[in-house]
Ligand binder design. Structure first.
Ligand code: ADP
Ligand code: MG
Length: 260
């Protein structure tokens, strides 16, 4: 469904003087219907990676492929819901369909169906300012699902929610994924969240981000971040990540590529 081979992306400032290598030599394959989590420290290039998959950025080298089914491109969901404050919940969910020229009756029906899927039917007529943080993100999820993209890209979508709400969202997202069979690439800096949600968890090193390891998560669903098995596997993943980061640092030091 998604494949990246030897993808690198470096940002340069407007004068072209300073360069920041965001990600380096990333290989990644995501199969249709898979739920993949990518976890790594802040600034390691996770958002860059998702924007590359979304087609919002081009790699400097390497190749990004997303197999196109129909017209639908991947949809990217962010940490902030960014709802239009002057539109109702339904209006927000419908908006993407209106832009795509879907007729009123059809888009209303699709919006109500997705609001039911995220358990927001009672708030169909509410305005964004009346919603809690979790409800805003559920609206954003309904908006993304309404477009029915084969691939859902999620960039730390629950990072600003409190722990209980986040736990609820983890449950909802696993249920929706099981019901819809979407391919999901979910990015987080939280290892437990990654292990809780993913079939497969990919570990990224500090900047420039590389994928240093991957673990398959074969635990029964629905999972919660508080499950002992999830904590246990998260600890193993964290140890791996620490080892890999130290290894990369050692190699760079030995090659004389780090330091002043
Ligand atoms: P993450 O999402 O893992 O926190 P990002 O992909 O946002 O990481 O950023 C990776 C690195 O690239 C960071 O060091 C960040 O400061 C830098 N960066 C991101 N976007 C830009 C940009 N538009 N211009 C210059 N540097 C950027
Ligand atoms: Mg980011």
């Amino acid at each position: 469904m998604i494949s990246l081979s030897a993808v690198s992306r470096t940002y340069t400032d407007s004068a072209g003087a300073r360069a920041t290598a965001a990600i380096c030599d990333v290989d990644l394959v995501v199969d249709a219907g898979q739920f993949v989590c990518i976890v790594g420290p802040s600034g390691c290039g996770k958002s860059t990676l998702l924007e590359l998959i979304a087609g919002l950025q081009k790699p400097d080298s390497g190749e990004v492929r997303v197999s196109a089914t129909g017209q639908s491109r991947p949809v990217l969901m962010l940490q902030e819901a960014a709802l239009f404050p002057w539109l109702s919940v339904t209006g927000n969910v419908e908006f993407g369909l209106a832009v795509r020229g879907v007729r009123r009756a059809e888009r209303r029906e699709a919006a109500l169906r997705q609001l039911a899927a995220v358990r927001l039917s009672r708030f169909a007529h509410a305005m964004p300012h009346q919603l809690s943080g979790g409800m805003k993100q559920r609206t954003a999820l309904a908006r993304a699902l309404a477009i029915d993209p084969p691939v859902l890209l999620m960039d730390e979508p629950f990072a600003s929610l409190d722990a209980q709400t986040r736990d609820l969202m983890h449950g909802e997202l696993q249920r929706i994924w099981a019901d819809t069979g979407k391919t999901i690439v979910f990015v987080t800096h939280n290892v437990r969240e990654a292990v809780c949600l993913g079939d497969r968890v990919l570990l990224m090193s500090a900047r420039p981000g590389r994928i240093v390891d991957g673990i398959d998560v074969d635990l029964p669903r629905p999972r919660s971040v508080t499950d002992p098995a999830v904590s246990h596997l998260a600890q193993i993943a964290l140890d791996h990540l620490r080892d890999e980061i130290e290894k990369v640092e050692r190699e760079e030091f030995d090659n004389g590529t780090s330091g002043p």
